[in-house]
Design a binder for this molecule. Structure first.
Ligand SMILES: NC(=O)c1ccc[n+]([C@@H]2O[C@H](COP(=O)([O-])OP(=O)(O)OC[C@H]3O[C@@H](n4cnc5c(N)ncnc54)[C@H](O)[C@@H]3O)[C@@H](O)[C@H]2O)c1
Length: 260
């Protein structure tokens, strides 16, 4: 799919990868790029930079995602591309508070379900539409130091592939964006353990946005801004025990919160 002339929604559009996606979609000649976020001021700022509009929504709340899609459809005619990009990272393992597990589930998984429920009816009717889910390399591999992140990103990837299998023959395209470290607030905060280690190979959000535009043009399911992730994923599939031993070594060499 080409971006030019399309109506695009980007959640988590106020910062980081989402902000870079908004700028890049605007450059590519999208008809409208709707910047959505819980960070109202940040999304207004990005919208003014690209001469577009912002609509606040908490992606963990179904009624807010539904309202976002309804408003955009009313104001711009339709939604062609929904970039479900907002996500959060929390530190910890099985001991992490239930509230952190639930928040991770709502924002990293249910947000994609709510987006699909809201946009699929109109896309299926037109036999065309694109869902881009920002997952993470953690969805293919793991996240050292954050079980809620690793688990919910696996679930997000699983939902993306299920959508693609189920609706691909009816004109729906799905891409799962799976980067490793990207220089954004999430990584800088090193909000979840393992983040500091990822800084070493981190790339800029603008590079990720370029890869997304190429991935959409090529209609590729997996978008891997760090190409080495494909090799790591193969290693995992080829010899799971060896891969787990390797990750234990990586964990031992990484300063992980809570295990010092
Ligand atoms: N930065 C990385 O290294 C990295 C790597 C792999 C995947 N990711 C994923 O990329 C996506 C974007 O993250 P980022 O790195 O740009 O982080 P970021 O913190 O810079 O931006 C995330 C944005 O999402 C918004 N947000 C958070 N919760 C929300 C909610 N409930 N509803 C609406 N908006 C909400 C925040 O306000 C923020 O603007 C996330 O899904 C993240 O998991 C990031």
């Amino acid at each position: 799919m080409q971006i030019a002339g399309k109506v695009v929604i980007v959640t988590g559009g106020a910062n980081g990868i989402g902000r870079a996606l908004c700028h890049r979609f605007a450059q590519e000649g999208a008809k409208a790029v709707i910047v959505s976020d819980i960070d109202v001021q940040g999304s207004q700022q990005v919208a003014s930079e690209i001469k577009s509009v912002s609509i606040p929504a908490n992606v963990g709340q179904e009624r807010e995602v539904a309202r976002l899609v309804e408003t955009v459809t009313k104001d711009f005619g339709q939604v062609d591309i929904f970039c479900s990009n907002a996500g959060i990272g929390v530190a910890g393992g099985e001991e992490a508070p239930d509230a952190d597990w639930q928040r991770s589930w709502d924002v990293n998984v249910m947000s994609h379900v709510f987006a699909a429920r809201a946009v699929l009816p109109q896309m299926l009717e037109r036999k065309e539409g694109y869902l881009v889910q920002t997952v993470s390399a953690a969805g293919l591999l793991t996240q050292i130091g954050s079980a809620p992140y690793a688990v919910t990103k696996h679930a997000a990837l699983s939902f993306a592939e299920w959508l693609s299998i189920t609706y691909g023959d009816r004109g729906i395209r799905v891409s799962a964006l799976c980067p490793q470290g990207v220089r954004t607030n999430m990584l800088r905060r090193a909000e979840f353990a393992g983040g500091a280690f990822l800084l070493d190979t981190a790339i800029e959000p603008e590079q990720v946005a370029g890869d997304v535009v190429k991935g959409i043009a090529d209609e590729k399911f997996l978008i891997l801004p760090h190409p080495e992730v494909a090799k790591f994923f193969q290693n995992k599939a080829n010899d799971y025990d060896r891969w787990i031993r390797g990750l234990r070594k990586l964990q031992a060499s990484t300063q992980v919160l809570g295990t010092k």
